[in-house]
Design a protein around this ligand. Sequence first.
Ligand code: BG6
Length: 487
Amino acid sequence: MKDSVKDGAPLGIVVVGASGDLASRKIIPALFALYCQGLLPEQFNVFGMARTSFTHEAFRAHIAENLTCRYAPGESCADRTAEFLARCYYSAGQYGSADAYLDLYGIMRSIEGQGSVNRVYYMAVPPGVFLDVARALGDAGLIACDPRREWSRIVIEKPFGRDRATSDDLVREMHKVFTEESTYRIDHYLGKEIVQNLMVLRFANLVFEPLWNREFVESVRITWKEPFGVGQRGGYFDGYGIIRDVMQNHLLQILALLAMDRPTRFDANAVRDAKVRLLRAIPPVGLDDVVTAQYTAGAGKPGYTQEPTVPAESLTPTYAASVLRIENDRWRGVPFFVEAGKGLDAGLSEVRLRFRRPPGELFGNAAGPIEANELVIRVQPDEAIEMRIMNKVPGLKMALQPTPLNLRYQAAFNAQIPDAYECLLLDMLRGDRSLFIRADELEAAWDIFTPVLHALEANRTRPETYPLGSHGPKAADRLAAQCGLQR
Ligand code: BG6
């Protein structure tokens, strides 16, 4: 059951790392969007905390730069912005210092008064300080102990560790301060509209489910491309690489929703149980099933190892392709070709299910080949669901052609598509954990990639190369070909 938010108790949202990019580009604008739609409680305040020294006013000016009035257009925009900013406060301090949070608490209380207040602690900080922050919050006594009176929730965003062991450590240590029930682990792809639609598409339409298996599906391809390099994020990225940054989380989550069995109910635990069962049916990826690569200079831009924040001798992959297998009765033998890369020729996330070809050539050679049907689910840009089906080309002769049945979100739904963070923050405030990663899901996801990550690192595997702006390394074409796919 979802808690009501609007009529709920007063709320204090603490954004730790509030001076940083994630906070000012994503989290605070998402809170503003919820505020403009009347989805925050009457009494709420936002408290920013970071090491940078800001007055409340300077903090407000800093975050105002990214507030947009999508939900409060026209004249009300300035009013809503001013009302929202007036509820934003700031306190500077060291992340690991309990005293810093006691100072913050002093500010919170001077604004909120003494009644009970629900609290969110959003960790918009580098992963290396997650634990310091959690422990300091605990030492400062800021975590509510009796959720019947008031709750404290922590929101934490990937990367959760670097492999299975470090992820387990993080989970265990964080649990000393926050229970699993009060921990909201974000994978922001789960907040994307079309990713949420995957379950509806599969389980609210009779036509797909009977075909959703090895009998009818030949291969599944999940593609994630970004057209730019790591830029200023090289320092973070170099410690993780593309498999940890995108594949082990965003793409595996999409794959899990795409391939899992029907959950017994539409609730947080049943959906996550179904995902965990699916993830556990995927054996660890072997070295032969992976291609890694790194972008070199191209399109007038520097190569990865020439980026100012990246070590010149780095072996960190910016591209990876891998073939995953699912060892269950539904999918055994169907290759899932998953690829992710930065500095490629386009910005795109999409899923392609290729069905098997119908037997025989009923229409003869002159009509042209019958091509396999393909279902394309485009996550971004321009959200769409497309089914490529064979048709007769109009005219006096028999000629076949694949043509798309096309559902484009913009045209089909005359609605604003919310940002992923708006959706996730609202769910978190409602206490709905369906779209957040449970600890056992995290374990299962790490088990798939940990051995290959360790092997690549132990062997000091030199990644293949591809020029920035190209379609990626040739070796990935060969891996795709093994799955009967052309990249
Ligand atoms: C983040 C990754 O999780 O997702 C980034 O760390 C990546 O490397 C980003 O750029 C992409 O998110 P989106 O929503 O822009 O596709």
